[in-house]
Design a protein. Structure first.
Length: 246
């Protein structure tokens, strides 16, 4: 009888310890999962937000829409995300000039499409040669400039960038030829909303006629922890973006 009582007490104590251990393990796993999904959401949000603020950078306003496609789960736009764009230095560019001085040509490569931009005046050229061994650096194009561009005019080198969400993954195409690459996973949902200069919402998918009207957008990222023995959790984060070059 004493042995049975002792075993019963021991079993009760073990059950209490096990219950406490399982609760602690579940709480720890839930905390780990929450930290992971929050990190995924913040990575996606910070990278998208930083890039979207640069939409239109290095791209002439008269060349078309800086944002080329926009819907609730994806957006494509022209931007110089690597800050390769530069300015004309020391000597004005005259009509017919194929070589011109620039402040920094280190981000520009042979074959790149560049834009000479002076306010509303712009033109597109293809890079034939780059010389960073001289100061100032020089760029040579396959054809001469059609117009004159004074010292200080911008030399833009934008890329077509795309962000999209599908299959719980946010992907990015940086326009450098690699196509869409996974950026963040466990993304349960991505929602993009667009607004004009008067903060009036623009319906999605945004029509071609409304693309030039986009001046602000909000991004909402929702993540969910993967399935497992732990309790699944959701986390949502939102950000308001105003591109500086639109």
């Amino acid at each position: 009888m004493e042995v049975l009582i002792a075993l019963s007490v021991f079993a009760i104590v073990l059950f209490a310890i096990y219950t406490s251990f399982e609760s602690s393990r579940s709480t720890y796993a839930a905390g780990e999962q929450k930290a992971d999904i929050q990190q995924n959401a913040r990575v996606a949000m910070e990278l998208m937000g930083a890039d979207l603020r640069l939409a239109g950078f290095g791209f002439p306003t008269g060349a078309g829409n800086a944002i080329t496609a926009a819907n609730a789960t994806s957006i494509s736009f022209w931007a110089d995300l690597s800050s390769a764009s530069t300015t004309i230095m020391n000597v004005d560019v005259n009509p017919g000039d194929t070589t011109f001085n620039v402040e920094d040509a280190s981000g520009i490569q042979v074959g790149d499409t560049i834009y000479l931009i002076n306010g509303a005046q712009w033109e597109q050229l293809t890079v034939q040669a780059v010389n960073t061994a001289v100061n100032p650096n020089t760029i040579t194009t396959t054809a001469g400039a059609a117009n004159a561009y004074p010292w200080g005019s911008q030399v833009g080198r934008p890329r077509s960038v795309t962000y999209s969400w599908a299959g719980n993954t946010v992907s990015k195409d940086d326009g450098e030829g690699g196509g869409l690459q996974p950026l963040a996973d466990t993304i349960q949902n991505l929602q993009l909303q667009y607004f004009d200069a008067n903060d009036v919402p623009i319906a999605t998918p945004v029509t071609a006629g409304n693309l030039p009207n986009i001046r602000r957008m909000t991004i909402t990222v929702t993540v969910q922890s993967p399935a497992g023995w732990w309790r699944q959790q959701n986390f949502a984060i939102a950000s308001d973006i105003r591109p500086r070059n639109l």
